[in-house]
Design a protein around this ligand. Structure first.
Ligand code: MG
Length: 235
């Protein structure tokens, strides 16, 4: 079985062989870890409830990076919050998680900025295609820049956001690919959602498509056997 380095290098070589090739990167839990964004919101929630319920605030503060679940409600239940407080937390979280200033709390999946840059250096283009919506453009661009990703200038790198918050991610990506495939050859993609990886494998069977083994929504979808599995972007 090929190593992570070999798999990542193969895609770089394919890009170099075909100038202008497009590589598509998902953002959340693919290029960025959202764990610190979650933890920041949890810390703010604990501070908010401290005076009325010190015990519950302690339960929230006990939540660590490694005990975060994909869903904030699952995280709350795992840590002993009662139904009422879990719903209160969810509301608090929802009002913040998708806001621009909070996007700046994200950290990167190791090696991501360097790899996206390497794609551009080899003559390819890095497309960031995300389920974040247009309202999150400002924070997303700032976050990409602060972590040293190729700037989404519309040339070497392009940022593709959902037109509205409510559009389902998979349907949006399926639709966006129609426009992207007219712009050049899609050499590969990176995703953390198995259903999305499968979309790429089916649409671009000659490409190299990667599944980031970070975390995903838990939808019971088996990743296509052609999907290359990696932990991060380190080579
Ligand atoms: Mg994702």
């Amino acid at each position: 079985m090929s190593s992570q380095k070999e798999l990542l290098d193969e895609l770089l070589e394919a890009v170099a062989d075909r100038p202008g090739s497009i590589v598509i990167f998902d953002l959340d839990d693919t290029l960025f870890s959202t764990a610190d964004r979650h933890l920041r919101i949890l810390a703010e929630f604990a501070a908010r409830i401290e005076t009325k319920d010190v015990r519950a605030a302690g339960l929230v503060r006990a939540i660590t990076r490694s005990s975060l679940r994909y869903s904030i409600l699952d995280t709350a239940k795992d840590h002993g919050l009662d139904e009422k407080l879990a719903m209160e937390l969810r509301e608090f979280w929802f009002a913040r998680f998708f806001q621009n200033p909070y996007l700046l709390s994200d950290s990167v999946i190791a090696g991501g900025p360097q790899y996206a840059e390497e794609i551009v250096k080899r003559g390819g283009r890095s497309f960031y295609m995300t389920g974040r919506d247009e309202g999150m453009r400002e924070g997303t661009e700032a976050s990409l820049l602060r972590h040293g990703f190729p700037a989404p200038d519309g040339k070497g790198a392009v940022l593709v956001l959902k037109p509205s918050f409510d559009a389902p991610d998979l349907a949006f990506k399926n639709e966006a690919l129609r426009a992207i495939e007219k712009m050049g050859t899609v050499a590969g993609s990176f995703e953390n959602e198995p259903a999305h990886v499968n979309l790429f494998v089916e649409r671009f069977p000659k490409g190299r498509h990667f599944l980031l083994e970070t975390k995903h929504s838990g939808k019971p979808v088996e990743p296509h056997p052609a999907a290359r599995r990696i932990k991060d972007f380190r080579r």
